[in-house]
Design a protein around this ligand. Structure first.
Ligand code: PLP
Length: 462
């Protein structure tokens, strides 16, 4: 399988090279040259597989022999062996129309573990094969950092430095990152907000000499390995429903920020999975809701919400979808992204909007509504939703017809976002792994929000 850029200026490369490249060298995003098409027979075969077996088949398609099958199997088994649930991502029936796909049984209690456990092991594998040290640099608003650190802590051949905005991540997120005491992990607590952290990272990656000297690698959600790892659970969830006798398409409702997770669902659909609507849920930061409903992609005002992992104005994976919307036309994609840079918006014509609306519906959930939904499901079903999942469930309620079934993706465990849960007077019991964090010493370096100060700390660490 070859990978190419959505902007068309990168020569086709293999899977490992695309994982290492992260952002495509021409500023675009890497995509598979062809989307594999699954036959009804293959899908029927896959239905019988366990989660790790299924993940192995999906990765085999996208790596086409570049990693020997035994090695790939070990990577997959190691990655999903750390999950607390034997099914890895179990599907829970709530009522006739709604099922919840619990993606939070990994080490950091958020769905990002599904991809980052794998990516961590993959980086470690590549480091061994190439006999080189991999330096990972990233910025986080909370979940990605914790998950990436957990994916590589203590692994030989890897060093990781993660920037988070000082005092602006949830308490549990902060503890998950900073109580890690492995020598290959550096937490930088940066004076500033998440956008400052992201800008610093971007500028450090643009420092070509620094990037090459240290083999800097990224872990953000534009990495193709993350998208591919996330397609697996769409298949898995649909297969579990099929095994329970559900025929026909399944809708998926996805709490969305950077468009990575829901893009994986779109890819699964393009591969041949019988997906009904892709329900795109946002919070008050609703650029993607407006795009799906009006055909205009334009950042709005920034809101801080109870679902901070979706507090995003520009969705970094959106370009991948744009590329497919325009029939894999890289030149058009490049020019649309160029005009986005210059004019701050993309407006698509009516016939393209009709095409978008064939695949997606969208709903932006207000802060109060997300809390109301948490209260409702706690009362009616004794099921506690986290505020991100609540957005997905609210959108699922809105768009699921009487004869349809929607799987709402649960992207985080409620214990990670107790600040919001407390507001409606619900007292939750933390899982013991999270409870234990509060007694551990923290390891972090506070640093001013300039490139120079951050780079100096990173150089000391590398
Ligand atoms: C990252 C994250 C999201 C958003 O996922 P995207 O792939 O960025 O759309 C939603 N919920 C939680 C809990 C997250 O950590």
């Amino acid at each position: 399988m070859d990978y190419i850029s959505t902007r068309g200026q990168v020569e086709a490369i293999g899977f490992i090279d695309s994982v290492l490249m992260g952002l495509a060298d021409d500023g675009g995003l890497l995509v598979p040259k062809h989307i594999p098409q699954l036959s009804a027979d293959t899908l029927a075969q896959w239905r019988k597989l366990s989660y790790p077996e299924l993940a192995l088949e999906v990765f085999s398609l996208f790596t086409s022999g570049e990693i020997p099958r035994e090695d790939l199997k070990k990577l997959v088994d190691d990655s999903y062996g750390t999950f607390r649930h034997e099914e890895v991502t179990p599907v829970l029936r709530v009522n006739n129309n709604l099922h919840i796909l619990e993606l939070f049984h990994g080490p950091t209690f958020a769905f990002k573990d599904v991809a980052l456990q794998f990516l961590g092991n993959l980086y470690s594998y590549i480091s061994r094969k190439t006999n080189s040290i991999i330096h990972i640099l990233g910025a986080t608003s909370g979940d990605t950092g914790a998950s990436a650190i957990e994916g590589v802590r203590g692994k030989e051949g890897i060093r990781i430095a993660i920037l988070h905005p000082h005092g602006k991540v949830s308490k549990v997120q902060e503890l998950q990152m900073t109580t890690v005491d492995d020598a290959n992990v550096l937490n930088l607590s940066v004076d500033g907000n998440f956008d400052d952290c992201q800008r610093i990272i971007k500028e450090l990656f643009a420092d070509v000499k620094f990037k090459q000297e240290y083999h800097l690698r990224a872990i953000n959600s534009i990495n193709i390995a993350r998208v591919l790892a996330q397609t697996v659970y769409y298949f898995y969830a649909a297969f579990q429903l099929a095994k329970q006798g559900h025929a026909g398409p399944v809708n998926f409702s996805v709490p969305t920020g950077n468009f990575g997770d829901i893009f994986a669902g779109y890819l699964a659909k393009r591969m041949g999975l019988n997906v009904g609507k892709l329900i795109l849920a946002t919070n008050e930061n609703n650029i993607l809701e407006r795009f799906v409903n009006e055909g205009i992609y334009q950042p709005g005002e920034f809101h801080m919400t109870y679902s901070p992992s979706m507090d995003i104005q520009v969705a970094s994976n959106f370009e991948r979808y744009l590329y497919y919307l325009y029939g894999e036309d890289a030149a058009t994609t490049a020019s649309l992204m160029d005009s986005f840079k210059k004019e701050g918006k993309i407006a698509i014509p009516a016939e393209k909007l009709a095409q978008v609306q064939k695949d997606f519906v969208a709903y932006g959930v207000q802060n109060d509504e997300s809390l109301a939904i948490i209260g409702k499901y706690n009362d009616d079903y004794s099921y506690l939703l986290d505020p991100h999942t609540a957005c997905g469930v609210a959108a699922a309620e809105k768009f699921t017809e009487e004869d349809e079934v929607t799987v709402a993706l649960s992207t985080a465990h409620p214990a990670k976002f107790n600040e919001a849960i407390e507001l409606i007077g619900i007292e939750q019991t933390f899982p013991p792994q999270i409870e234990a964090l509060f007694d551990k010493p923290q390891h972090q370096t506070r640093v001013g929000g300039t490139n120079g100060e951050v780079k100096a700390e990173i150089l000391k660490f590398f």
